[in-house]
Ligand binder design. Structure first.
Ligand code: NAD
Length: 526
């Protein structure tokens, strides 16, 4: 209940009045009536009952048992032949469904920090691949400073680089400045370019918010002789009714969206095509270009771009080796609301993983640089074996009273075993299994059987309706002996499904990890 409320905390959610948490229209509950009913049910739910939530609406409470999840959630699921945005919008308008994104409808969003380390790691991989391990002396061009995209400027400056972030909505620029994710706002493009160039020459880290539309600014930069080293994008391209078409202010866009949605979608896709064509041109000129998991290439293709898929998605380009070790975005939240509790968990992590310098550096940097939104929280990518160790330590902290209240442990759905998404997490799998969606379902079923506190299955998060199936899980460390056992199982089995999935697809590293760390895979071990 506290995590549902946290998702909608005005500090955390992008548009709490509409129940929108992040990622275009990703919601935490279907309507305010549904929200009130969920809270009422959670208040009276017993420890041997389970509440069922269908796309943001509570639909049933059943007798189960103590090891069963207290809440099971299914969001935005549609039968494949009906899985289009058009049909989804029709059903949404009838009040029958909602868009759950990933952590919005599964109540484990922790603000922009949630994506920060993943974004930091992605840019670190870019730096290693192309620039000798640092982004110092480089300019990255990107767009979208929303709930997730807002992590980009800080991730780039933590890697030493200069970030030029194009954003159409001035309020979003102000919000990222206020939360210290962004350093400065440029008056206009010329001002932004001057600031970027000076910082690049001085090899100084700097992030700059540039007011404007990516569909105008990217082509403009592709025409000019200005040094751009890295290019990506995090506008809400997964949903052509969220991406703002060129030539419209956010207010005009809101009007057109309501009045003429078909015209809006057509204009948005044409704009995306212009933006993507500019990205391909910048790649032709030598820039490192990648898709940042928002389906921009697919929408641009629908808008008439013929070269959209000439640059790769970020998972095959940089992240898959981590997924093969079951590594992914582990996160935790202090239910006390006291930042001192996260400081205590940070100390425990530094102690537990003292032999991992990159992890220690990350936890220390996050402690110094990250401001909390809503409940204090932390994110840290951990792999198979490591997550269970962290869970054990946190439960011990709660038991000994070294933190003031239970710790909630969860993760993004963008993880190694919990998602099927051919334009993102499972793009270009070695065995061609990109679109096989049995894996996230098995992940959710296994977490349900292993003692998770709540489990969710979703459709369409990240890349949009029709393009992904994924699962979420959360387990609460409340200090009890029972929680020790549940956490051990859930936090072992959950990343275990990632190792399994990648070993099955033939990734050598995953096969090694399975053998070294004891993930039993029948057709491999005999
Ligand atoms: P959001 O809706 O909170 O923010 C999107 C931002 O883009 C808004 O500030 C909006 O004003 C701006 N914008 C829209 N059209 C624009 C345009 N034409 N030019 C410039 N700015 C424009 O969304 P979010 O939570 O930041 O997510 C962004 C995208 O990234 C989504 O498609 C989401 O599905 C995807 N995503 C990717 C990852 C990942 O790991 N790569 C993770 C989560 C979400």
């Amino acid at each position: 209940m506290r995590m549902l409320m946290n998702n909608l905390d005005p500090e955390v959610a992008e548009r709490p009045e509409d129940l929108v948490v992040y990622g275009g229209t990703g919601k935490a509950a279907r309507s305010w009536e549904a929200y009130d009913a969920i809270v009422r049910e959670l208040r009276r739910l017993r420890g041997d009952q389970t509440l069922l939530v269908q796309s943001g609406k509570p639909v049933g409470v059943f007798e189960t048992h103590e090891w069963a999840p207290r809440v099971l959630i299914s969001n935005s699921m549609l039968v494949p032949e009906w899985a289009t945005w058009e049909e989804f919008r029709r059903l949404e308008a009838l009040g029958l469904t909602m868009y759950g994104q990933m952590t919005a409808g599964s109540w484990i969003y922790i603000g922009t920090q949630g994506i920060l380390q993943g974004t930091y790691e992605t840019f670190a991989a870019v730096a290693r691949k192309r620039f000798g391990g640092t982004l110092a002396g480089t300019i990255t061009l990107t767009a979208g400073l929303g709930g997730m995209g807002g992590a980009q400027p800080l991730a780039i400056t933590l890697n030493g680089g200069v970030a030029l972030c194009v954003e159409v909505d001035d309020e979003r620029i102000a919000r990222r400045l206020e939360h210290r994710y962004l350093d400065v706002r440029a008056e206009n493009l010329e001002d932004g370019l001057r600031l970027a160039y000076e910082a690049r020459q001085a090899r100084r880290a700097l992030s700059i918010g540039v007011p404007g539309n990516a569909a105008d600014v990217f082509p403009e930069l592709a025409r000019r002789d200005f040094p751009i080293d890295v290019v990506t994008d995090q506008t809400p391209a997964h949903d052509p009714l969220s991406y703002v078409p060129a030539g419209l202010s956010p207010e005009d866009a809101a009007e057109l969206r309501l009045d003429e949605p078909d015209v809006y979608v057509k204009r948005a896709r044409e704009s995306m095509a212009r933006q993507v064509d500019a990205m391909v041109m910048l790649q032709d000129r030598g820039a490192e270009v990648f898709d940042y998991g928002n389906s921009l290439r697919a929408e641009a293709r629908l808008g008439g771009s013929t070269r959209a898929f000439e640059y790769p998605g970020f998972v095959p380009a940089y992240i898959r080796p981590l997924f093969s070790e079951g590594k992914g975005p582990f996160r935790w939240v202090a239910l006390s609301g006291d930042p001192a509790d996260i400081a205590a968990t940070d100390r425990a992590m530094v102690d537990e993983f003292s032999d991992d310098p990159a992890l220690v550096r990350w936890i220390k940097a996050a402690g110094e640089r990250v401001s909390y939104q809503g409940l204090p929280a932390r994110i840290c990518w951990l792999g198979y074996g490591e997550r269970a160790r962290a869970g054990r330590r946190f439960n011990e902290l709660v038991r000994k009273g070294e933190v003031g209240a239970p710790i909630v442990i969860g993760r993004d759905h963008l993880d190694s075993g919990s998602v099927a998404s051919p334009y993102r997490e499972t793009e270009a799998m070695q065995d061609g299994s990109d679109a096989i969606a049995d894996w996230p379902i098995l992940n959710a079923l296994l977490n349900t059987s292993s003692g998770a506190s709540w489990v969710s299955v979703h459709h369409g998060g990240g890349v949009g309706i029709g393009r992904s199936i994924h699962a979420g899980m959360v387990a609460v460390a409340d200090g009890t002996v029972e929680a020790d056992k549940k956490l051990e199982r859930v936090l072992t089995n959950d990343p275990g499904t990632g190792v399994m999935r990648h070993a099955d697809a033939g990734y050598e590293r995953a096969v090694e990890v399975a053998r070294e760390r004891g993930v039993h895979i029948p057709m491999l071990d005999e």
